[in-house]
Design a protein around this ligand. Structure first.
Ligand code: SDX
Length: 428
């Protein structure tokens, strides 16, 4: 196979080198395109055909439904690893041994307090504030209390910023939920595992002992692993491009949280449950909602379905669907929306409109059913997504900064007015 691509413009041919990845993906390296052609650029709304970077962190094959973190399959990691191990793997590239993992966790625990002044910020929000807006603001505000985490040019400064956010973010997640519930904003318990501590911070009642439920712990640990990274999705690309200006890690993560909030992205997990609830209220009439999803004049979409990359089953959705059955039966929870979800999935998979467009359930379709069974409020679902995605965002930001990537600044094709002389008021 040739190692070059040839482009012909107005009778002139231009050659560009091909880049081949370790999974044999091919990219056309167009770094010189504008200079050799005298200004010609490419255009690709939504970057459906455009790679922003070379990355060694996560591999997806949308046609085959493959997802691997640093070469390990998502199925193996969800079954055999825990979330902190996967966080270490994503950020540093290798699965940690027992000693390395213990030191990593010890360094995180040292950073698991948050300045009490931060409570004044969360107090300023109305209880009705959406938790994603609160957590994005608190994450950005962390910079004010941790100024050394901004210019992380040395590996040591970067490591310190990383363990700092991994220690503090779960506290902010718990505070964001508890504030809405009128519960005291407390700290964790460093004698516990990472995810067990998250659960205790979120659910501990001030007037009773907290007892960990192993089913809940295992379910949340698995959900966080499944959400941990997903190559150059909308929010990760936001984290990378924000960090490319050398803005600090925490504000880059806050930008990613904001991008994740959108219902077309991480906000879909909340939208799925709201959609399933609406169908339940509507007497379970899934056919009506299928028709709405296919009606071009109706903005309604079947939330939790479709994906920019997966044109087959999202491997995470398969794992979550199986886990939803297990968790609900282990917890003795009956949730009618699970049956509605399964009915909707069956209908969609047999519907020509969905088959033609290769629309399958994605990671968000079943995750909310488990979050709900774990007692997590619907408006907190996307915050839980951001907790899972945190190590992936960190890993991608670190790779971008250590790779000394240039500041992200796309070009455009201008389609507005050409030059025109100024029009004085009397002539307008
Ligand atoms: C996440 O990128 C990632 O990796 C994201 C993520 C991650 O881990 O970071 O996997 C997490 O964001 C999962 C996606 C969650 N979003 C939703 O569930 C919202 C519903 N899905 C869609 O809005 C949509 O499928 C997207 C946004 C996910 C993908 O949109 P694309 O790739 O831009 O595809 P498109 O909008 O061009 O759709 C192609 C066709 C269109 O029909 P035609 O114009 O060809 O006739 O499929 C239709 C769309 O109208 N379509 C849907 C649909 N999704 C696409 N029709 C009905 N319901 C849907 N859900």
């Amino acid at each position: 196979m040739s190692d070059k691509a040839t482009l012909e413009i107005n009778g002139t041919s231009y050659e560009f080198p091909l880049v081949k990845g370790t999974e044999n993906e091919i990219g056309i390296d167009i770094k010189t395109l504008r200079s050799v052609t005298g200004g010609v650029i490419t255009i690709d709304p939504g970057y459906k055909n455009t790679g922003s970077c070379e990355s060694a962190i996560t591999f997806l094959d949308g046609e085959k439904g493959i997802l691997r973190y640093r070469g390990y399959s998502i199925e193996d990691l969800a079954e055999k690893a825990d979330f902190l191990e996967v966080a270490y793997l994503l950020i540093f590239g290798e699965l940690p041994n027992a000693e390395t993992l213990e030191k990593f966790h010890a360094d995180i625990k040292k950073e698991s307090l948050v300045d009490e002044e931060m409570k004044k910020i969360i107090d300023a929000f109305p209880k009705s504030a959406h938790p994603m807006g609160v957590i994005a603001s608190l994450t950005s505000a962390l910079t004010a209390f941790n100024p050394t985490s901004v210019n992380v040019d040395s590996e040591e400064a970067m490591y310190n910023a990383i363990v700092r956010i991994l220690g503090k973010f779960p506290v902010l997640v718990a505070w964001t939920m508890r504030k809405r519930q009128g519960l005291p904003l407390e700290y964790g318990d460093t004698s516990l595992g990472y995810v067990e501590n998250v659960l205790k911070m979120m659910f501990r009642k001030p007037n009773e002992e907290y007892v960990t439920n192993k089913v809940v712990l295992d379910a949340l640990d698995k959900l966080l692993i499944l959400h941990a990274d997903h190559e150059q999705n909308c929010s990760t690309s936001t984290v990378r491009i924000t960090g490319s200006s050398h803005a600090g890690l925490f504000v880059s993560l806050a930008a990613g949280i904001s991008a994740l909030w959108g219902p077309l992205h991480g906000g879909a997990n909340q939208a799925v449950i709201e959609m399933l609830e609406a169908i339940k209220e509507d007497g379970g009439d899934t056919k009506k909602y299928m028709a709405k999803a296919k009606d071009k004049s109706d903005p309604f979409r079947l939330m939790g379905f479709g994906h920019r990359v997966y044109k087959n089953f999202d491997p995470r959705a398969k794992i979550i669907k199986k886990s939803a059955d297990e968790v609900l039966s282990n917890l003795g929870v009956e949730d009618p929306v699970l049956d509605i979800a399964k009915g909707l999935e069956k209908e969609a998979l047999e519907d020509q409109y969905f088959v033609d467009r290769k629309l399958y359930p994605n990671v968000d379709f079943y995750s909310g059913i488990i979050y709900r069974a774990l007692g997590i409020p619907t408006e907190m679902f996307t915050v839980m997504f951001s907790l899972g995605r945190l190590p992936g965002w960190i890993a991608q930001w670190k790779e971008m900064r250590l790779g000394k990537e240039p500041i992200g600044r796309p070009r455009q094709i201008y389609t507005g007015e050409t030059y025109r002389p100024f029009k004085t008021m009397d002539k307008r």
